[in-house]
Every structure is written in C-alpha cells, then in structure tokens.
Write a protein that binds this ligand. Structure first.
Ligand SMILES: Nc1ncnc2c1ncn2[C@@H]1O[C@H](COP(=O)(O)OP(=O)(O)OP(=O)(O)O)[C@@H](O)[C@H]1O
Ligand SMILES: [Mg+2]
Length: 264
C-alpha cells in the first residue's frame, strides 16, 4: 500500500498565492490519477473551500465529470481537530494538500511538521524574501536567514527526530512577471544563495495572469479549460506552466511505494 503524501502550502506572509496554487496543484494531481484530499486550515477566509464548493456547483451545472478532490475545512481549531480531519480525508486520498492561513498559527505549524513536501509561494520581491532572508542594501547578498527560515529549520529537525523523515522544502517563485528586470534577477540570485544555505529548492510557480483571478467563481482550473472547449493560446501556455510547476514538486506517482525511513 502506498503511504499518504502530505503537501503543505505555507507562508506567513499573506497574499502570496497559497490558496490559488494549492487548489491548482490539488486538481492537477487529481487529473493525473491521484486520489486527492484538500484540507483548508484557514477557517476564516476559507478560500480553498469556497473554490472547491464553486467547483462542485459548476460540475453539477455542466453535468461534466471534472477531476475532483475531497475537501474539508478545519472547524475545530485544535490538534485533535487536525488529526480528525486528516483521518477522515485519508480514507479517500493518497495525497493531502493543505492550505494554511497567511499568518502565524499553531495548527499550521503542526501541519508543517507533518509535511513531506512543504511549498512556500513567494512573489519576486525583497519584501517577500525578507521573511526568509535579509539582504545587504548595496550588493543584495544575503546577510542572514530570517525567522521563517529558522522556523522551518527547527520544524525539519523536530520531524527528523520524531519520525526519521525529511521534508522537501520548495520555494515557488510565484506570479512571475513576463518581463525581465533587475529586480527579478537580484531576487533570484539572493534566493539561490539562500537555498544553498538554508536547504530548500527553488522552482518557478505560476505566472502573473488575470485568468488565475477569474477562475475562482466557477471553481475551475487551467486543467479544465480544454474539457470546456475554451482553449486560447494563452491558456495552453498557462496550463503548461502549471504542469511544470506540479512536476517540479516531485510528488510520487499514484500507487508508488515510498521508502519507509523509520522502522516500527
Ligand atoms: N498567478 C497569479 N496571477 C494573478 N493573480 C494571482 C495569481 N495567484 C494569485 N493571484 C491573486 O492574488 C490574490 C492572493 O492570492 P491567494 O488568495 O491565492 O493568496 P494566499 O497566499 O492564499 O492569501 P492569504 O495569505 O490571504 O491566504 C488573489 O486575488 C488571487 O486571485
Ligand atoms: Mg489563502
């Protein structure tokens, strides 16, 4: 039997695209044969839940069989609540995609501790980068890692001690602009340096596109557009970018047997 794979989208900074990338990842994985559970820890904004509710309504309206994820929002904000929600979703899923709020939150930290893949979407801006590392004002070299890098570092150490498992920390460069700029290159260089020091991978996320803002009311993703007969050239490029992002996350194939690191 394959093991449950946990993907947690987390960044204490708000508005970096956690919910948007989490929903797109969940549906893209479902489309390639994974059984997906989506757990929304942001019980205030409920973006992922609202997105998937809209998707259910569209599926019913169109009478189409679109890829789907089982989903749940964390109603009881406690460790027991988290464990219960995971247990329920695990019955229907081999991958669980967790969306977390854009603020420090004890339950989100617990979810991070369980992550096999931890995804931190960030925008190409030194403001966003500042949570992970600080840069020198003139040469933009990393002066020191920041609190969020420390938090993940500590979480990773604790997880290794408890379970013998490691976490694959992936920083997504999200909402990438399609124009080259000094800023883009400087942030990229600083991120690469930090990646080596702190131990994460950097992959391209989604581009900055209006379509990502428009799909929410229908609960659709770029994966669905061809099914609905809506394929413009921009959509094809965007869907390719989504597929590359999901491939970059390196989630085990459905049914793949993962090595068990710790015995007992
Ligand atoms: N690739 C993109 N292109 C254009 N707009 C985007 C993209 N990704 C996200 N957005 C928009 O940016 C805003 C924030 O995105 P989202 O809600 O996914 O971020 P978040 O990290 O979940 O926010 P929060 O921290 O508040 O939970 C939304 O209006 C969303 O539609
Ligand atoms: Mg969100």
């Amino acid at each position: 039997m394959s093991q449950l794979h946990f993907i947690v989208f987390a960044n204490e900074k708000g508005g970096t695209g956690k919910s948007t990338t989490a929903v797109h990842t969940a549906i893209a994985l479902a489309a390639t044969g994974h059984r997906v559970g989506a757990l929304d820890l942001d019980s205030r904004q409920r973006t992922m839940t609202r997105y998937l509710e809209n998707r259910d309504a569209t599926t019913r309206r169109l009478g189409k069989d679109l890829p789907r994820a089982a989903y749940e929002v964390l109603e009881e904000h406690s460790e027991d609540g988290l464990a219960g929600a995971i247990e329920r979703l695990a019955k229907q899923a081999d991958v669980i995609v967790v969306d977390t709020p854009g603020r420090d939150d004890a339950i989100a930290r617990s979810a991070i501790l369980r992550a096999d893949t931890l995804v931190t979407p960030m925008n190409d801006s030194f403001v966003d980068l500042d949570l992970i590392g600080q840069v020198h004002p003139e040469n933009y070299k990393i002066t020191k890692p920041s609190f969020y890098a420390e938090l993940i570092w500590n979480s990773r150490t604790a997880r290794a001690k408890q379970t013998g498992k490691t976490v694959d920390w992936v920083v997504l460069r999200n909402r990438l602009q399609h124009i080259d700029s000094h800023n883009l290159r400087r942030v990229g260089a600083a991120l690469d340096e930090l990646a080596r020091r702190v131990g994460f991978r950097v992959i391209p996320g989604l581009g900055e596109r209006v379509i990502y803002r428009e799909l929410f009311p229908k609960g659709l993703t770029l994966i669905d557009l061809p099914q609905l007969g809506e394929v413009g050239i921009a959509h094809v490029t965007a869907r390719q970018e989504l597929r590359e992002m999901v491939a970059g996350l390196g989630i085990p194939e459905p049914g793949a047997i993962e090595p068990i690191a710790a015995a007992g």
